[in-house]
Design a protein around this ligand. Structure first.
Ligand SMILES: Cc1cc2nc3c(=O)[nH]c(=O)nc-3n(C[C@H](O)[C@H](O)[C@H](O)COP(=O)(O)OP(=O)(O)OC[C@H]3O[C@@H](n4cnc5c(N)ncnc54)[C@H](O)[C@@H]3O)c2cc1C
Length: 510
């Protein structure tokens, strides 16, 4: 069994998973976290006294968590109550049309038939089959692979996989590809939106991202207690395995000596000697030198296009006029304009798509009275510039409410208890990102291969989180945490060298 001290910088989902895996393997693990609590983007805010999941709300790819919990000797269902949602999402347009997609595909087909006709329902069935094939072919060679390169992946795909990819047109955008599948523009728009799960524009994202649609169709779950219950559970398990958490402890420098990691220096005079660090922040922070000059070159290549940020409202308020389900999407008519505004003009969208998670719905009767909501629109990652002004945010809020109103939903985001988070605050929470919530955008067919993998260029520095392979989203980031822990353990086991480092000047130095 490997032993030795590891410092995990960041208690996001990937950092928590890494810490748990490493402690379970017998290592001494310290987690240093800048925030007062764990979770990173998985955060809960209190709006009007009610706890609101104010980060991720759609829980998918449960199998990744099944594996993570099994690897540390327990089971997900022993730790958390998780219920499958019958309705994946409710989609509404300003012309009054509404389409639900269901966990049960037959129900979805029937709904599409009623919504857009029999021929479109047949096209939907064909689309589902294609998305299924793409997912099946890429899960092993890409998602599960520790460090896929384009060439390696082609090799692993085999004739059948290559055939699927070629059939898709590997350089085709998701938007173009969907145009070949659907005639109804609303269906094209609905499935194009999955590019935003990677913080990307459907016009720039590769067609392979249709696999995200498959991920949702494979199941969306609700965790009792909210997404934050997952964070609390992982933290509790990690502590039970001896992980020491240091909150309000920003890492200021990862020290490198003789070309390898030597220590972690934190803002509150905590200095931890170590030859192994898992960094769970965005790799942009390394590139821009926020963690010291020694690790600036830890990730290859130039900075790339930032993914989407968001403007969010966390609220506990009454709603009326529209029967919300758990996950709801409200579309406007000119979808392209939204991404032109965000990625080209770098402004808040004039006509935003609005996502609402109604956190008390989906499994039982609708709430009577105020209900817990996270409302989200996409935004440019310009939180570290002076491009966003208070009046822009206000205007976007008005436009958001206008669209909801056109779709029949009445709610008041201007109520004083509603908490608004903009790219500026997201940038403060996630340094060097501008508020980008999903690492680099997945724009262009090769972008998925441009992410760093868990081993950085600096010996002893490992990377985990949504900005590295396999990419953003709670399950993928969790997978990256697992991959980083495995890479670290494999390296330890192969070299069988661990020398506790003597350093000085901090309360936990040894
Ligand atoms: C509003 C919103 C909605 C989303 N919706 C979904 C969804 O529905 N489904 C889904 O799957 N995903 C969704 N996502 C994306 C998902 O939340 C993220 O991809 C995932 O949680 C990222 O995890 P991570 O491991 O990269 O860590 P992060 O969550 O990025 O956490 C990193 C942690 O590191 C800490 N840190 C950084 N630098 C330092 C430092 N120098 N010293 C100490 N600590 C540091 C930060 O404080 C933070 O706690 C959403 C995200 C947001 C914000």
């Amino acid at each position: 069994m490997a032993s030795g001290r590891v410092v995990v910088v960041g208690a996001g989902i990937a950092g928590l998973v890494s810490a748990l895996r490493l402690a379970h393997a017998g290592m001494e693990v310290h987690v240093v976290e800048a925030a007062p609590q764990a979770g990173g983007k998985i955060r809960q805010l209190s709006a009007g006294g009610a706890p609101i999941d104010s980060g991720p709300t759609v829980f998918t790819m449960r199998w990744i968590f099944d594996q993570i919990y099994q690897a540390v000797g327990t089971r997900l269902e022993e730790q958390l109550h998780i219920d499958p949602l019958p309705v994946i999402a409710r989609h509404a347009w300003s012309d009054g049309s509404v389409l639900d997609l269901f966990a049960d595909q037959e129900r979805s087909v029937a709904a599409v038939r009623e919504f857009a006709g029999a021929a479109e329902a047949d096209r939907f069935v064909q689309f589902c089959a294609t998305a299924r094939r793409v997912y099946d072919e890429l899960e092993g060679p890409f998602i599960r692979s520790p460090s896929p390169s384009a060439a390696q992946m082609m090799g692993r795909l085999g004739a059948r996989g290559l055939g699927v990819l070629m059939g898709l047109g590997p350089t085709r955008s998701l938007w173009d590809s969907l145009g070949r599948h659907f005639s109804d523009p609303r269906m094209r728009q609905l499935f194009a939106r999955y590019a935003t799960y990677c913080g990307s524009s459907p016009w720039e994202a590769p067609a392979t991202l249709m696999l995200i649609a498959q991920v949702e169709m494979d199941g969306v779950w609700a965790i009792r207690g909210g997404m934050y219950a997952l964070v609390q559970n992982l933290q509790t398990l990690a502590q039970a395995h001896g992980v020491q958490f240091h909150f309000n402890t920003p890492c200021e420098r990862i020290e490198v000596q003789g070309g390898a990691v030597r220590a972690v220096q934190c803002g509150n005079n905590l200095r931890l000697g170590t030859d192994a660090v898992v960094f769970n922040g965005d790799v942009a922070a390394l590139r821009t030198g926020l963690l010291g000059s020694g690790v600036r070159e830890a990730v290859p290549g130039p900075a790339r296009t930032r993914s989407l940020s968001a403007l969010t409202w966390s609220a506990c308020i009454p709603t009326s006029g529209f029967a919300l389900d758990r996950h709801n999407v409200f579309f406007q008519s000119d979808y392209r304009a939204e991404f032109e505004d965000i990625f080209r003009a770098r402004t808040l969208p004039q006509r935003p798509t609005v996502y609402i998670c109604a956190q008390d719905r989906g499994l039982g009767p609708a709430p009577d009275g105020p209900e817990r909501l996270l409302c989200l629109v996409n935004a440019p990652a310009v939180g570290d510039t002076d491009l966003l002004h208070a009046e822009d945010l206000q205007l976007c809020q008005t436009r958001t409410q206008d669209l909801l109103h056109q779709c029949g939903l009445t709610l008041d985001l201007a109520q004083p208890t509603v908490l608004r988070t903009s790219p500026v605050e997201f940038n403060q929470l996630f340094p060097a990102t501008g508020g980008a919530l999903y690492g680099q955008a997945t724009h262009g067919w090769s972008s998925a291969f441009q992410r760093s993998n868990s081993a950085s260029r600096i010996p002893g520095l490992y990377l985990a989180g949504g900005s590295v392979h396999p990419g953003p989203g709670v399950p993928m980031a969790a997978m990256s945490g697992q991959l980083a822990a495995e890479a670290l353990m494999a390296h330890r086991n192969s070299t069988r060298r661990f020398h506790p480092v003597a350093t000085s000047g901090g309360m936990l130095t040894r």
